[in-house]
Design a protein around this ligand. Structure first.
Ligand SMILES: [Zn+2]
Length: 116
């Protein structure tokens, strides 16, 4: 697997920066929805259940989003330390195609699938 070229690194750096913005936006947009559900007198039991259900989905999605944001920030750190693009497990270069799809990836496809 060839190492990333300077050009590829700058593409991925821009992708990571954009991803960071998008994930931060997503977290702030959905923040209001995670507040405790208030009981309303005029609301039936079913709609409250719906509301709690929707809220649990929202919170689960936010967890995914904030974990991804953490991974993005770690990837940006690796860019600065010049360890970006190398597998954290086997230390081989990670394929550019994979990084294009997941710029925050810290492992090559082989190690990632062994890890799951
Ligand atoms: Zn690996």
């Amino acid at each position: 697997m060839p190492e990333l070229t300077h050009h590829q690194r700058s593409i991925l750096k821009a992708m990571l920066e954009q991803l960071e913005e998008e994930l931060k936006d997503l977290l702030s947009i959905t923040e209001a929805g995670t507040k405790p559900v208030k009981l309303k007198d005029n609301q039936g039991r079913l709609s409250r259940m719906d509301e709690l259900h929707n809220q649990s989905i929202l919170i689960a999605n936010r967890t995914v989003t904030s974990n991804r944001l953490k991974a993005v920030l770690q990837a940006k750190q690796r860019l600065e330390l010049d360890s970006y693009g190398f597998c954290a497990s086997c230390e081989e270069p990670i394929a550019f195609k994979r990084l294009e799809a997941y710029p925050e990836a810290s492992m090559c496809i082989k190690c990632q699938s062994e890890n799951e």
